[in-house]
Design a protein around this ligand. Structure first.
Ligand code: SF4
Ligand code: SF4
Ligand code: FES
Length: 555
């Protein structure tokens, strides 16, 4: 690790390297020492409220999770007095819980901590009686198990951006509750499962066999890493199984897009797997009625039909369309079958509708058919231009990351005729009439050019066609664009100034840009904004990123 981004620290006599900005808890873990940390979660800001992570550093007893590590610091985790202090802190917390909190030796974090400290179920002496909220199908609250660590509240606000939860009551009676005051099902909860995944005690849990399982604490055996099959975000999920049945679907902490988060679809909506309506064997229509058939019979039937079509009309009488939910290999086999066996090029894919304008437009603009950056880069953007997309609902994990960045202070321009979720937080919400995207983007580009909000060096060294574009954009002054699009000229100018004046502006767009007759022109004219602004490429800004409809649209 270079001196620029990290330093050395001593933990129990061992030197460890940690990145700049690390807490003592990070340093202690880097040294391979396990500490209880009941109010801490890597995905959240530290709270420092539970006192279970106490260590000695610089001669003082401190909470490791909220104490910054500094070069050359010496940390002691193993002296009798600090070990006893940590154990006492856990024991005090456990003593308020009812005996059942530890009775079944469950898989959760608190049970794990207690086992490691030799704290048995007899330590749990609380009376209980605070009741449950089981009004929600996926998220249940057992108030008696709540230790008021606040992790769920922070998860809901900091990671999910929903702010559905709060802590109510005083002292030992403090407990989590929906902020709306009524039952969970009537709260603002969107069932992302974040609170379920961070709760260390199982107070908030998924009912059924997944109860108490979290991404950090679940059985190691019977786990399969997969990619969510719903939207185009591509969240990494771990499917936990027992005896061949799915027990839980958990967000992967190391998922490159989701970073330990998920949404209601990927997390909870896998009941289709055992739905009686699921197609599990071939059906053949006989006398107008679909009836179960064997595979040999069904394949022979299809082969006869294809052969008859080719005999009657030649190979081009047959066409195939495959799915962006299928794997690359499956899509490859479909085209291979059509080209080699049938003898036709009549092969298409459902992403023709949603993605081909991106493929064509981004290739024309940047030479590559994909987004210019990873989703991690959104964490560095200081202005987001979100166009024709409703990520809070359609791509919820990216929507949460965008919202998080806005809550951290990034400016937000939303361009969408609809009042999409993010528009609530927008500095400027542009609502163009449907079908006027290209004029809108040209109008924004016009303002960038006329107000000097362009990157001259980038344009000189990396771009071509500026004179032609300048000539075209002369026809799109704000007043004319206002007439064409219905967007007030002042809003257009304000949006362009936000995007053009930002240090690291980002464009994220969805099917509201691509699923048009002029979708490719929409993508190209949107990409022009990033090119004019020089906001493309490593360390230059977040660039341009399409949100895809399905998980393998890009292939
Ligand atoms: S419900 Fe769980 S995560 Fe939330 S405050 Fe209580 S113990 Fe902590
Ligand atoms: S499930 Fe998600 S949205 Fe609902 S309360 Fe928990 S963190 Fe908030
Ligand atoms: S984990 Fe450090 S005080 Fe709670």
């Amino acid at each position: 690790m270079g001196a620029m981004n990290g330093f050395m620290i001593e933990v129990d006599g061992t030197d460890v390297a940690v990145p700049d900005g690390s807490s003592l808890l990070t340093a202690v873990r880097a040294a391979g020492v396990e500490l209880p940390s009941l109010c801490s979660d890597d995905r959240l800001s530290p709270a420092g409220s539970c006192r279970t992570c106490l260590v000695r550093a610089g001669g003082r007893i401190v909470a490791a999770c909220v104490t910054p590590a500094s070069p050359g610091m010496r940390v002691d985790t193993g002296s009798d007095d600090v070990v006893r202090l940590r154990r006492d802190a856990v024991e005090v917390i456990v003593s308020a819980l009812p005996p059942r909190a530890l009775a079944d030796g469950g898989p959760g974090e608190l049970a794990h901590v207690c086992r490691s400290l030799g704290i048995g179920p007899e330590a749990a002496q609380g009376a209980g009686g605070r009741g449950v909220d089981d009004s929600h199908p996926y998220v249940h609250l057992d108030r008696d198990l709540c230790i008021a660590c606040g992790r769920c509240v922070r998860m809901c606000s900091e990671v999910q951006g929903t702010f559905a939860l709060t802590l109510v009551g005083r002292g030992g009676d403090t407990v989590v509750a929906p902020g709306t005051g009524g039952p969970w099902i009537e709260s603002d909860c969107v069932a992302c499962g974040g609170c379920v995944d961070t709760c260390p005690t199982g107070a908030i849990s998924q009912p059924g066999p997944a109860r108490g399982l979290t991404s950090a604490f679940h059985p190691a055996e019977g786990q399969t890493r997969t990619t969510c099959g719903y939207c185009g975000v591509g969240c990494a999920l771990d499917v936990v199984t027992r005896d061949g049945e799915v027990t839980a679907v958990l967000p992967a902490r190391d998922g490159s897009v989701n970073r330990g988060h998920a949404c209601v679809k990927g997390r909870f909506s896998h009941g289709f797997r055992t739905s009686p309506e699921r197609l599990t064997r071939p059906l053949l229509r006989r006398d107008g009625v679909l009836e179960p058939a064997g595979w040999d019979e069904a394949l022979a039937h299809v082969a006869r039909g294809l052969r008859a079509a080719v005999d009657a009309g030649g190979p081009d009488a047959v066409a195939a369309i495959s799915s962006a939910r299928a794997t690359n290999e499956e899509n490859y086999l479909v085209q291979k079958f059509m080209r080699v066996v049938i003898g036709t090029n009549n092969v298409d894919n459902c992403s023709r509708l949603c993605h081909s304008p991106s493929a064509a437009g981004l290739t024309a603009s940047f030479g590559l058919s994909g987004g210019t950056d990873t989703f991690d880069d959104v964490e560095r953007a200081d202005c987001l231009l979100v166009v024709g997309a409703n990520p809070v609902e359609a791509h919820p994990v990216v929507g949460a990351r965008l919202l998080r960045q806005v809550l951290r202070g990034a400016r937000l321009v939303v361009a969408d005729p609809r009042a999409v979720g993010l528009a609530l937080h927008a500095d400027v919400h542009l609502r163009p009439r449907p079908g006027t995207n290209v004029a809108l983007f040209h109008g924004l580009a016009h303002v960038l050019l006329t107000e000097g909000l362009t990157d001259e060096e980038f344009l000189r060294e990396r771009a071509t066609g500026l004179p032609e574009l300048t000539e075209l954009l002369a026809d799109y002054p704000p007043d004319r664009v206002a007439d064409l699009t219905g967007v007030p000229a002042a809003d257009l100018v304000a949006a362009a100034r936000l995007y053009g004046g930002a240090g690291r502006p980002a464009i994220v767009y969805g099917l509201g840009v691509t699923e048009h007759l002029h979708g490719t022109d929409g993508v190209r004219s949107l990409a022009n904004l990033a090119i004019l602004r020089g906001a493309v490429g490593t360390d230059r800004g977040y660039g341009v990123n399409p949100l895809r409809g399905q998980n393998n649209v890009q292939g």
